[in-house]
Design a protein. Structure first.
Length: 270
């Protein structure tokens, strides 16, 4: 008998989990169906209405497929405003996030009380949706770019500090013991060891927040926070879908260019 045949004869069959898999799939299907039942608080999906109005949607898609290039000059100013909001928000958040990230990470802040307090505040800032910030700030400050910039700063701070501080916590830091053994204070250790080691993480998150800012600022304009989103909402209200299509296409091109630029910068900073 060959070695392969002997192994086949001695090794037990690999156990199958068909019953468990079937039960899991059945539970997922049942849960999905339950979420579509309005009687128990689910989302009402009106398939009849979708079927009846599909032609209306098809006509809108046809209009969106024909961008009005003559409208392009009017979009340049709002798009530059959106880019300015994105850059100012990302740069301001980057400056604020440097010390706060070190305060929120365990290796750079061994004091439990202050570290937990900083994390608590950051979690509160991060948990509020950006549209809620923009709506409140527009009501407090007024319509314009300032509410949008402040909203982007708060959004970026929450994202950058949360992700980078957790990355610092999950990484081994043998140089900290060397710094303490050499008699360095926590401030000196943070400045000479933790911060230089964290620059790649911080840079990646700053560039990512810049990409997000362009997309988010286009939405914030709908509630009056300035930028290209305000023009987008205006043309949508007038059912000028050819202009809306041009704005969407312009946002897409700008986001792709910023992503290519950030990718190039990341490669150079490695």
């Amino acid at each position: 008998m060959s070695t392969h045949a002997q192994a086949s004869a001695t090794l037990p069959r690999r156990p199958t989990h068909r019953v468990r898999t079937a039960l899991i799939l059945a539970a997922l299907i049942a849960f999905s169906v339950a979420t579509c039942l309005p009687a128990i608080g689910g989302v009402e999906i009106d398939l009849e209405s979708i079927t009846r109005n599909w032609r209306n949607g098809a006509s809108k898609l046809q209009q969106l497929a024909q961008p009005n290039l003559a409208f392009l000059p009017r979009t340049l100013g709002p798009m530059l405003e959106t880019l300015a909001m994105a850059v100012v928000g990302a740069v301001t958040a980057a400056l604020v996030s440097i010390p706060v990230t070190l305060w929120a990470a365990r290796p750079s802040n061994p004091h439990t009380v202050t570290r937990q307090l900083v994390r608590f505040v950051v979690n509160i800032v991060r948990s509020v949706p950006d549209l809620v910030y923009a709506t409140i700030l527009v009501a407090m400050i007024g319509v314009g770019t300032l509410p949008g910039v402040v909203t982007l700063i708060l959004f970026d701070i929450g994202v950058v500090i949360k992700l980078v501080s957790e990355a610092i916590d999950s990484t081994d830091h043998p140089y900290l013991e060397a710094g303490r053994a050499a008699g360095g204070t926590q401030l000196q250790i943070n400045r000479r060891t933790v911060l230089p080691q964290s620059w790649p993480l911080l840079t990646n998150q700053w560039l990512y927040s810049l990409e997000l800012n362009v997309r988010i600022s286009a939405i914030l304009g709908i509630v009056g926070a300035g930028g290209i989103g305000r023009l987008l909402d205006e043309r949508r209200a007038f059912y000028a879908y050819e202009d809306v299509s041009l704005i969407i296409l312009e946002i897409l091109i700008v986001v792709v260019l910023i992503e290519l630029l950030s990718t190039t910068l990341r490669k150079r900073l490695r």
